[in-house]
Design a protein around this ligand. Structure first.
Ligand code: BGC
Length: 751
């Protein structure tokens, strides 16, 4: 450390401590200014190479039990201050080792440790798409909070989450990582997740920096094929794909990640419109943008840059502050500056943004503040986190069908046959983007274990795997049929393997894989009552099962406590409350199928209407299960829908009310949904748009008046000039238990 820096450093640390101590009294903006001054003071001391080093991020070759990085060269670069951040290194011991190397560099600028903490760390929560099915924003926030607490205790500073990409195509494997098809719900969930990860704010020892990704429109990849191009109208971009990013930004998200796709011909990583004009311009985002993995270098195969030199120039110019793993910045930025191709002020801007986050995290104050062995131990096996995980998992299980009230099962049931490739599977419960730990087999709760611990002593469980997830063998069918015959009830658990949905896991065929639906048919043919549970990271197609099996639960990938959550739902200790955050297609040929589509000039009157209308001649237009759908063991009736008036003016509001009654035999939670349709607009409007929901708990026979208030602001949309506003006119309003089964009324917005 040079003397001059030492003085400045001591000075900045002093100021920082004073700032932290006095933080209660300081306004947010004066804190921000103080940190900005500190970042400036560090920036002044840096050489161009050191600045470029801050914009560089490498992978740490981390495995749960493996080394921190095999690469001696990377270690040297850390010692020279040529690395701003490293990903995929966790654990107090490992992060401390690397941070110590960074402390050997001239300016001792601390490293940021980034990691994909997508749905948990030690405790794995349900996959994000499943969590979205809970429609429970507090629970979603809590899940992110716990993930942050556990991973921050293990040295992680920064999660590459939440993924807030709206996705309407279940062939796209990354659909499992988002909140589904609806922009409004997705925006609320984006906010909840950012708030959960960032907790009481950067600098708290249990807060991670969150990262809104993938900016932007990654979920609209053509054909649902991962990394594919995106071509969309400006209105679709602004109305459907950008709002969850805006919500994350407004919630204070620390960072953004750009995306692999090109958007209307310009790769997102080199897209100045997205990153400079919208994000850092219109939205005034103060954090920094990281590229996706090698996405800077991938502008070469995109055909947008000739080589890494050009790619680096395009990316920095467009506003991408940190290069994840492509090494384009580290190798080319210096030359780009000396060649006069890149304005060094852009480098300063990027580095300052990165330094500010390091200050906000308190890392200049103490680079090892997230390296506390005791805290790591405390969070390693936290029983309360497991309990919360189970509760979250229960909220995500969707009851798709329950004819003759087969569910919930009685604990008195004598013999239960458990069949299928998931009944005893362990890590399959975690899904993509989860961490594997050496003791997983002992601690992950299988369906078998969950049910075994739930049943009475004199009940008996029988087991047969029946078939594998994805092959053509039916050799196990006979044994499965045999035990089904001996049972009072049969529970079959089928689905897709965790590596079938996720990054680079697009599928053109999203039917139940392998022979699993044939297995269901064989068991159903025994005449025994059958319950099917489906594990998956996306909407699968299982029409035969949906049409013939009396009871179906969608069980996604539920996480560490999966088996307990499943058993609670099967035996009625938890009454299902989840609602689908995405439409389930009848066939791949229907994709994309989503509830908030336009009406067209020739809408079909019904499924049989094929008279030159907008319809498939071989398939109904509507999905197999609509957005917002999900049953309960009890039933709810909607009655007496009423509006507070016939019209209202901007500035006023109108109320919609109705009575919700629990008409069934169990206490239950209903997520009542409010949709609106703008009947005539200067641009066409969707047939329905979600505008509100409430989660209502009712006892048997109980009734409650539910009220929603509609304001003109809720009716805003982008017109063809991209102006965001409402237009007076006639509207329909719908209330109901999903996007299909609704009651409707009308109102007008007047001038
Ligand atoms: C993914 C990102 C992820 C990154 C780091 C990329 O391949 O697209 O979402 O955060 O890898 O693991």
């Amino acid at each position: 450390m040079t003397t001059s820096f030492k003085n400045i450093c001591t000075f900045t640390i002093l100021i920082f401590c004073v700032a932290v101590c006095a933080s209660q009294n300081l306004s947010k903006s004066s804190r921000e200014k103080a940190i900005e001054r500190k970042a400036d003071s560090v920036l002044k001391l840096m050489t161009l190479d050191e600045k470029i080093g801050q914009m560089n991020q490498y992978n740490g070759d981390w495995e749960a039990t493996g080394p921190i990085t095999y690469d001696g060269d990377k270690q040297n670069q850390i010692r020279k201050g040529m690395l701003g951040s490293i990903l995929n290194v966790t654990g107090v011991e490992h992060t401390r080792q690397l941070q110590e190397m960074a402390m050997q560099s001239r300016l001792k600028i601390p490293l940021l440790f980034g990691q994909d903490i997508i749905h948990g760390y030690r405790t794995t929560f349900p996959i994000p798409l499943a969590e979205a099915a809970s429609w429970d924003l507090n629970a979603i926030k809590l899940s992110a909070r716990i993930a942050a607490t556990e991973s921050a205790a293990a040295g992680v500073h920064w999660t590459f989450a939440p993924m807030v990409d709206i996705a309407r195509d279940p062939r796209w494997g990354r659909i499992m990582e988002g909140a589904g098809e609806d922009t409004w719900l997705g925006s609320l969930i984006a906010k909840a997740r950012v708030e959960g990860f960032q907790g009481n704010g950067l600098g708290s020892l249990d807060a991670l920096m969150a990262c809104a990704k993938h900016f932007a429109a990654y979920g609209a990849a053509v054909g649902g094929r991962d990394y594919n191009s995106v071509d969309m109208s400006q209105r679709a971009l602004w109305e459907i794909y950008l709002p969850p990013f805006k919500a994350a930004e407004q919630a204070g998200v620390a960072t953004f990640m750009n995306s692999f796709n090109d958007l209307n011909g310009i790769p997102a990583t080199g897209n100045a419109y997205l990153q400079r004009e919208i994000l850092k311009g219109k939205w005034n985002f103060k954090g920094f943008v990281v590229s996706d993995w090698n996405s800077v270098g991938e502008m070469i195969p995109h055909g947008y840059a000739k080589d890494n030199y050009e790619a680096a120039m395009e990316a920095v110019t467009a506003g991408c502050d940190m290069d994840m793993e492509s090494r384009s910045y580290i190798k080319n930025l210096s030359k780009l500056v000396s060649d006069g191709k890149l304005n060094p002020s852009l480098i300063d801007d990027a580095v300052k943004r990165i330094l500010i986050k390091k200050f906000e995290m308190g890392l200049f104050d103490d680079p090892f503040r997230f390296c506390n062995v005791e805290r790591e131990k405390q969070q390693w096996n936290n029983p309360s986190n497991l309990e919360k995980e189970k509760q979250m998992a229960e909220k995500t299980i969707v009851l798709l069908k329950n004819e003759n009230q087969i569910l919930p099962l009685s604990r008195q049931t004598k013999t239960i046959a458990l069949i299928g490739p998931f009944i005893k599977s362990v890590r399959d419960n975690l899904g993509f983007w989860s961490y594997i730990w050496p003791d997983d087999t002992a601690r992950i709760i299988t369906t078998w274990k969950g049910i075994q611990e739930k049943i009475n002593k004199d009940s008996k469980l029988l087991y047969a795997k029946g078939c594998n997830i994805n092959d053509s063998s039916t050799a196990g069918f006979a044994e499965a049929v045999e035990i089904a015959r001996q049972a009072d009830i049969v529970i079959i658990q089928v689905g897709e393997a965790p590596d079938m949905s996720g990054e680079a896991k697009s599928r053109s065929n999203i039917h139940l894989p392998g022979m699993q639906e044939e297995l269901v048919k064989a068991i159903q043919a025994t005449g025994k009552p059958v319950v099917v549970m489906i594990n998956a990271g996306r909407p699968l197609i299982f029409n035969w099962t949906a049409d013939h099996v009396p009871a179906i639960l969608y069980t996604w990938w539920l996480g560490t406590e999966a088996g307990y959550a499943i058993a609670d739902v099967l035996f009625g200790d938890y009454n299902p409350s989840a609602k689908l955050p995405i439409s389930f297609p009848r066939s791949e040929g229907q994709i994309p199928v989503y509830y908030n589509h336009y009406n067209t000039g020739r809408p079909a009157k019904n499924d049989n209407d094929l008279n030159y209308v907008s319809a498939y001649t071989d398939l109904p237009n509507d999905p197999k299960f609509p957005f917002g759908y999900g049953l309960s063991y009890t039933s709810f009736s909607y009655s007496d829908m009423d509006l507070s008036g016939k019209s209202f003016k901007a500035g006023d509001s109108i109320s919609v009310s109705f009575n919700l009654t629990n008409t069934g035999k169990f206490v239950g939670t209903e997520t009542v949904q409010l949709y609106v349709q703008d009947l005539v607009g200067s641009v066409v409007r969707p047939v329905k748009e979600l505008k509100g929901f409430q989660q209502v708990v009712l006892k048997t026979g109980e009734s409650k008046k539910i009220t929603f208030t509609i304001t003109a602001d809720m009716l805003r949309f982008y017109n063809d000039k991209l102006e965001y506003g409402f237009e007076p006119g006639d509207f329909k309003v719908f209330v109901g238990s999903n996007s299909r089964d609704v009651k409707e009324a009308s109102f007008a917005l007047i001038k």
